[in-house]
Design a binder for this molecule. Structure first.
Ligand code: PMP
Length: 387
């Protein structure tokens, strides 16, 4: 893959490199003049481009194109979805309470447009999977719940049993929103097969540009109150002149991602994990006993702090990230690992390595060689021996 010269990029879950198909679609869109809402030929040409992108995004998740609402990204899609104002089959059916899993992305855990007191957190197992037994009990307390559970976690890559969760939620007259940002393009995201009512996806995790995303609906569930009000764009679900170039890039990336075979990525990830275990047998790989995305590894070794290891990798030309959210230079403990009951000291060492379709064998070799050197040196430092 193209990156800063000589570097190896292993942070695809943060953002994926722009696919050539997306770049070409964006360049084409930027050459057009016209507002998609205008009736003249220029406007219609831009409108067509956007509708083609809508079909491509819909196809990625097996949805009807008219059920795709473009947004500025998945954060906005999540905010749009998480509202008490719902209509089901044309009838007003407001949601009384929002249930979110303890491992959701902050844009879901923030609770969208629900008051804080109406948001409840659902526990996960030590493997990072939603406690299915706890779910019906929690939902029993309310008449019309809204539930938000992600398809795959951004830190661990752990995949949730969404189809089973959907059955439980629907039996309790609930609506299910699924954040499929990390899953899209990596595993099957067919909205009907999973039984989700709403699904959020993000362009830049698929190899499209940053700043575009979509909320996808299935069937009769409608959001009754837009988040951004004004013009009638996006069937009244999201006002404002659309970011056509980004949407065109998103569409092209969605098609390319749908066609990508992730078995090669999975084999590389497995080899990378063998390399980690070979160099440091004491390494803990989080979520390795449950179903995970084919591209993600989150690991730690006792006594080594993630921020030190990440800087050491960076100095050696390798981009990885920590499992912790880093805000204003201060590394916060990972709430995902805390929810899984991981010891706080071990969680501080969590390093996330995420691969993508253009990751090479040579990059994986380089990662493993570097880890051998970095880990040895950090462990020596810890035991007080000069490295
Ligand atoms: N959900 C998940 C699981 C994510 O990983 C991210 C991006 N880190 C988002 C939502 C937010 O997406 P965006 O960057 O498009 O706002």
């Amino acid at each position: 893959m193209k990156s800063v010269t000589g570097r190896a990029y292993f942070d695809w879950n943060a953002t994926a490199p722009l696919r050539e198909e997306a770049r070409a679609a964006m360049t084409g869109a930027l050459a057009l003049t016209g507002n998609a809402s205008s009736v003249h030929a220029e406007g219609r040409a831009v409108h067509r481009l956007m509708e083609e992108a809508r079909e491509r995004v819909a196809h990625l998740v097996g949805a009807d194109p008219k059920n795709v609402t473009f947004t500025s990204g998945a954060t906005e899609a999540n905010m749009l979805a998480l509202t008490p104002a719902f209509e089901v089959a044309g009838r007003k059916e407001p949601r009384d309470r929002l249930f979110v899993s303890a491992i959701e992305h902050p844009s879901v855990r923030a609770g969208g447009r629900f008051p804080t007191k109406s948001v409840e957190t659902l526990p996960v197992t030590s493997g990072g999977v939603l406690h299915l037994n706890a779910l019906p009990l929690a939902l029993k307390k309310v008449a019309r719940p809204l539930v938000s559970v992600m398809l795959a976690n951004n830190e661990t890559g752990v995949v949730q049993p969404i189809a089973q969760i959907a059955e439980i939620v629907h039996a309790a007259s609930g609506v299910l929103h699924v954040d499929a940002v990390q899953a899209a393009g990596k595993i099957d995201c067919d909205i009907a097969r999973h039984g989700a009512d709403l699904m959020s996806i993000s362009s830049h995790k698929l190899g499209g540009p940053q700043g575009a995303g979509a909320l996808v609906r299935r069937g009769d569930v409608h959001i009754a109150e837009p988040l951004i009000k004004g013009g009638r764009q996006e069937r009244g679900q999201r006002a404002g002149t659309e970011n056509v170039a980004a949407i065109a890039g998103f569409g092209a990336a969605a098609t390319a991602a749908k066609l990508t075979d992730t078995r090669r990525t999975a084999a590389l990830r497995d080899r990378l994990e063998q390399g980690i275990k070979g160099a440091t047998p004491q390494a803990v790989i989080f979520g390795d006993r449950v179903t995970r995305l084919p591209n993600t590894t989150l690991f730690a070794i006792p006594g080594v702090k993630a921020e030190i290891a990440i800087i050491a990798f960076d100095l050696n030309g390798i981009a990885v990230s920590s499992g912790s959210a880093c805000s204003s230079g201060k590394v916060q403990p990972s709430e995902v690992l805390a929810a899984m009951g991981v010891d706080a000291a071990l969680a501080r060492g969590a390093i996330r390595v995420s691969l993508g379709h253009s990751t090479t064998d040579a990059e994986v070799d380089r990662f493993v060689e570097t880890w051998n050197i970095v880990a040895r040196s950090l462990l020596k430092e810890r035991s007080g021996v000069a490295a």
